[in-house]
Write a protein that binds this ligand. Sequence first.
Ligand SMILES: C[S@@+](CC[C@H](N)C(=O)[O-])C[C@H]1O[C@@H](n2cnc3c(N)ncnc32)[C@H](O)[C@@H]1O
Length: 197
Amino acid sequence: MKLIDARKDHYRKLAHEQGFRSRAAFKLKELNQSYRLIGPGFYVLDLGCAPGGWTQMAVKLVGNQGKVMGIDLSYVEEIPGAYIIRENIEDEHIIDEITSYFERKVNAVICDLSPQVSGNWTVDHAKQISLNYDCAKIMEKVLAHKGNAVFKVFDGPYSMEFRDYIKKKFARINLTKPNASRKQSSELYYVCLGFTG
Ligand SMILES: C[S@@+](CC[C@H](N)C(=O)[O-])C[C@H]1O[C@@H](n2cnc3c(N)ncnc32)[C@H](O)[C@@H]1O
């Protein structure tokens, strides 16, 4: 077995053993261990949440006093402790749904969006970055001062422009690739700390 396959297998096995719906849950766990994005009692908005690994991990991290809401185009089976809606994050009306659920600003916005891939990398990259701008627009309306965010980015020609855009809104931004992310994939994570607005 190749090292890459072994690693994939390792996280898949862990996810299965620990009852997470996707190995992606371990990416969020790792990001949180390094950057403390989410803490107990946090209100967390999860954009692009299906099948729900990040949402499950977020529920665990926030504990009883926190609140977690997940949004995806796809159906997501119920996750105890989270509120999930099936919507398109490109639709502006979802802001009303978000604010009516939380009734105050949130402490973290976590974005792991991937478009339906077409096989044309340039098109997929552009669409993925465009989804991140939609997430950033939502984030600007709902994130509390000093709040945190994370964005998955398909790295390519438009990533730097997005980084420059988002960087202005936070005290600190870090580019990282968790071990649970496949080495050969172009995905990176922008971890943004301390929202300044
Ligand atoms: C990699 S998956 C997310 C995995 C998730 N973080 C987990 O841990 O299970 C990316 C998701 O983005 C969603 N997505 C893509 N475009 C979207 C949009 N416009 N609105 C809502 N969700 C979208 C897809 O449906 C897909 O489920």
